[in-house]
Ligand binder design. Sequence first.
Ligand SMILES: Nc1nc2c(c(=O)[nH]1)N[C@H]1C(S)=C(S)[C@@H](COP(=O)(O)OP(=O)(O)OC[C@H]3O[C@@H](n4cnc5c(=O)[nH]c(N)nc54)[C@H](O)[C@@H]3O)O[C@H]1N2
Ligand SMILES: Nc1nc2c(c(=O)[nH]1)N[C@H]1C(S)=C(S)[C@@H](COP(=O)(O)OP(=O)(O)OC[C@H]3O[C@@H](n4cnc5c(=O)[nH]c(N)nc54)[C@H](O)[C@@H]3O)O[C@H]1N2
Ligand code: SF4
Ligand SMILES: [Mo]
Length: 847
Amino acid sequence: MNKKNGLCLSRRQLLLGTGSLALVSLFSPSPIMMAMAKAGMVYEPGSGKWIGTTCNGCTSFCAKQVYIQDGRALHIRGNEHSKVHGTSSCPRQYLALQELYDPDRVRTPMLRTNPEKGRGIDPQFKPISWDEAIKLMADRLMALRERNETHRYVTLRGRYSYLSDLLIKNFTQVLGSPNAITHSALCAEADKLGSFFTEGDWGYRQYDIKDTRYILSFGVDPLSANRQVSYYCSQWGNTLDHAQVAIVDPRFSASAAKADEWLPVVPGQDAALGLALAHQILVDGGWHRPFIGDFKDGQNRFVAGQEVDPEYFDELHSHGLVRWWNLELKEHTPEWAAELSGIEAAQIRRLAKKLADAAPRVQVWRARGVQMQHRGGYTAMALHALNGLLGAIDQEGGVLKWASVPLGEIPSSKKYADEIGQQGLKKEKIDRRGRLEFPALKKGKSGGGVVTNAVAESILTEDPYLPDFVLGYFNNFTFSAPGGQQWEEALKKVPFVAHITTNISEFSWYADLILPAPHFMFERWGIQKTAGNRYTQVSISQPMIKRLGLSVEDECGIPWLIAEELARRGFKDPMRYLITEFKDPETGKEPTNADELALYATKLLTKKLWDPLQYIEGDHFSGWQEFQDKGVWNSKPYSFRKRWSQMKTATKKFEFYSETMKEALEKHAKKHHTDVDQVMEATGYLARGEQAFVPHYEPPFRYGDEKAFPMLFVDHKSRLSREGRSANSFWYQQNLDVDPGARKYADVAKLNPIDAKMLSIEDGDTIRITSIQGSIVCEAALFEGVRPGTVAKAFGQGHWAYGRIASQQFGKIPFGGNNNELLPPVYEQLSGSSAFYGQIGVRVEKV
Ligand SMILES: Nc1nc2c(c(=O)[nH]1)N[C@H]1C(S)=C(S)[C@@H](COP(=O)(O)OP(=O)(O)OC[C@H]3O[C@@H](n4cnc5c(=O)[nH]c(N)nc54)[C@H](O)[C@@H]3O)O[C@H]1N2
Ligand SMILES: Nc1nc2c(c(=O)[nH]1)N[C@H]1C(S)=C(S)[C@@H](COP(=O)(O)OP(=O)(O)OC[C@H]3O[C@@H](n4cnc5c(=O)[nH]c(N)nc54)[C@H](O)[C@@H]3O)O[C@H]1N2
Ligand code: SF4
Ligand SMILES: [Mo]
């Protein structure tokens, strides 16, 4: 029941909540706009200029144009030159303006004067000059060199542009540290594992929704999150005219509100559903024969419970279908899955039939929510295998790859590292990647990926060692990582922490030095990539207004300033690297300052896109100036079916029996002088023997026993969250009710009225949610759109720092509760990903 309406929310109200009406209120004059009007900066259409850039509000990385007038950014729209999303957008784009003009932004470098670190303890930052700031960093780096301990310099990267490899990877390398730690394992690495070990693609997909007939989404809410929200938002209405949509999610999402079916699955049980669908598709003879092949005599021998002789089957572009059936699928009937997933057997059968009827114009989507789970790696594979079975891979109306684009890389710095540096580079990385329990199998390589959240534990236990200097860039792991509390403790232990940031966030609170950052979208150079609508695009960000305060280009400029200071002290290799490798590709000029370095690096990486002499494919430009003016380059349209039997797997085929996984696991086992069963054991999986090489069912691991923690927690993204960065925006708080079941100016946990009644909780009550990790306080919203027994809550609120709107009392009291204080710091270990989902037991009480 909703106290304010005295009614349960109706379906119509839910639809309104997800629709575009909310956009109207985003345009209502804000205090900033009114102040601008007062100051005579009145918006006169036509007198300003639209400039191309990229939004980094989420991983859609849309190409944008920003309207600049009198040096102010006034308006934002999708970039008309983009073939991916054109002028369309999502509601989050405008929040960037309030991020930019946020009065709480950091304007100058600042130094901590209070040595005591803790939440609620004022760091007593005092402003200092860039000169002083850079000298402090150079002091630390030179001292590490003198002690032959350059590996104790650690960089942590959150959100980024492609230029960030300079600051994070290559500059760290030239300084002699192997510790360039990215946020990828907090983001979505387990997702890539699903497509890599089936079709050899360590990457994300695009979905050809223009021409599809059936969309089955496991947890993805494309109108709110995932990748290319702008494109999917603009096309979804048309898609609903020719396709059916089923959304599997314990939570009624914005996309579920517009779907034909909503399947409120038991959290963590998606693999059961996926495997039963595969079973039923085979039993019904519904696989896509032009991709998979057929029984030699055309007679279907897939009968529940019965083994099949592989000799009878001629496989075409896939590998190991019959082995998968024999090892795993034959027992996985819809009845078996119904018991586990809470979805009725009849509904599973009906769905299997619909998918087969629509194949190959079908697409099975999967969100972080189903894969970033303790045993989610095989779920990722199982759900992706459905796309293979239905022949949807690389097909019109199916599931497409992001095209590879001729984008350059930041040049290697390895040869510039001197002897001291080379010693440092040999040290074990701080995140434990590649240890027996952390295979982190990026692209199949043992230790190829990152284990972001393990760094906090490494610091706390000094295993492999204690870092001396941690430089955080565009990250907020104290807030964004599960078990964020351990980052607070870890950062207290590190002798020197610097943070490059726009706002004093929960990470900055523990920093010794704050370095003001330019806003990614308006104040600096950057490069991003996205895909959709059968195109892959590359767009740039560019400085278009005067940078606020004293911020400098961060991804390129900060390395420049440090290199200058190190050179003054006689350590010249870093500067030699920068001036040798980053010459202006048009004039051949060496960079002479931080801004030039950023410009030349942008030109260098994108050269093959804009230089007519190096033209390869896609949009054709007359030169850099035209590319800069347009702001975006589009690939040629997608080439369908080109990868069939040309995949980057061990067999070149789509693998249901993953020889690629087998190779990777065997290599990792060999490195540790053991076998694959021991790897399974060490990574928390129950599979033994050959089961480890096929998509299979693993029971979800439950954190917290059912008695003490009877409900299951379901985390999700808000439509207005720009990762962890938009909560200090007034427009965010004012429009939060665009999420089904949510409220303005509130941080709500959504409870089913059935559960609420049992717990004597009423709509609007203040509640405490407790897990084995911690407790948070927020507001109860009674909402029928959550599966009974679960509690769903958007990530994004619960800031106690960041600014005066985001927190209740800056530096002390959070506004609402941060979900990550409930989530234990656990992993999907094969990919190194943090596990935010699955079965996280919680107790809910009225306060
Ligand atoms: N519970 C829960 N946790 C999640 C998620 C979730 O869905 N649920 N999502 C996860 C995902 S997918 C991701 S990718 C991570 C993201 O997590 P992080 O990579 O940690 O990124 P943010 O939390 O967005 O924090 C970025 C920080 O950079 C600073 N900053 C803001 N704007 C700028 C800028 O323009 N330039 C610079 N230099 N700095 C800036 C601010 O200090 C800000 O706090 O969070 C993860 N955490
Ligand atoms: N609005 C918005 N969009 C974003 C971002 C943002 O901050 N805000 N961030 C971007 C980033 S960094 C990333 S990595 C992508 C990630 O985008 P996705 O990979 O699509 O992942 P999430 O939305 O984080 O996944 C959470 C979803 O899974 C559902 N879920 C949770 N548990 C389960 C379960 O057990 N089973 C099922 N079936 N569903 C479950 C949740 O209800 C929610 O819908 O999104 C990007 N898009
Ligand atoms: S979908 Fe993401 S990247 Fe695109 S406009 Fe919205 S927030 Fe920005
Ligand atoms: Mo992410």
